[in-house]
Design a protein around this ligand. Structure first.
Ligand SMILES: [Zn+2]
Length: 96
């Protein structure tokens, strides 16, 4: 039996629900952000998500380069100003 009385005033938060895998996991399974709060997804899901997005980004980039070879060559030839992308590049990706 657990001693509920000593914890009732301020329950120790040892677990967190991960919306990606739907499991309640120990806080050790979560990355900690700079502010000290645990990340939204558990480490496993965070890794899987970042792998997925980088792979999807690479695939999207290949498609875009194939579809816009001349504009892409022009982009590579000049420095990026302010980190912004031209409309044709941000458009198809924004829907995802
Ligand atoms: Zn998870």
């Amino acid at each position: 039996m657990r001693d509920e009385r000593s914890n009732s005033a301020r329950p120790a938060r040892t677990h967190k629900h991960c919306p990606a895998c739907g499991q309640s996991r120990s806080l050790c399974d979560f990355y900690t952000a700079v502010e000290g709060s645990p990340s939204g997804y558990c480490k496993d899901c965070q890794r899987a998500l970042s792998r997925l997005t980088s792979r999807r980004r690479q695939a999207a980039m290949r498609l875009l380069i194939a579809a816009h070879p001349e504009e892409w060559a022009g982009l590579l030839g000049q420095p990026r100003r302010g980190g912004g992308w031209p409309g044709w590049l941000s458009g198809p990706l924004a829907g995802h």
